[in-house]
Design a protein around this ligand. Structure first.
Ligand code: ZN
Length: 120
């Protein structure tokens, strides 16, 4: 299960950001995870609870937003969805894409702080 190392690295980024903004406690964290990042959502939620224990994010809710794969099709000259969720083939013309535009994200997009503590 590599989700524990992902949870730890997300927490690392979160702690740095929280420190910078002088946030002492986080109640929820919103992350964006691409379909190609091979993250099992349930495993990550489980890992998050374990990894967050004893940190500013202890007991926080991890809100996962899944990002579908988007390819750059050189033939259509625009961004296209694949023929099926993990394919690299343009759903419109069938050309194999050489570039992934979305779907490999593994980012923190927002953190929520408890209502009684104002955000820095
Ligand atoms: Zn195309």
């Amino acid at each position: 299960m590599h989700e524990i190392s992902i949870a730890l690295s997300l927490l690392e980024g979160l702690s740095e950001e929280a420190e910078r903004r002088r946030i002492g406690r986080v109640s929820a964290v919103r992350v964006r995870i691409g379909v190609m990042s091979a993250v099992v959502k349930d495993s990550l939620l489980f890992a998050w609870d374990l990894a967050a224990a004893g940190t500013i994010a202890e007991g926080s809710e991890l809100k996962i937003e899944e990002v579908p794969l988007a390819l750059w099709c050189s033939k259509c000259d625009c961004e296209r969805a694949p023929t099926f969720p993990t394919s690299f083939q343009c759903s419109v013309c069938g050309t194999f894409a050489t570039e992934i535009r979305h779907g490999r994200e593994l980012d923190i997009v927002a953190m929520e702080v408890p209502d009684d503590i104002p955000a820095g």
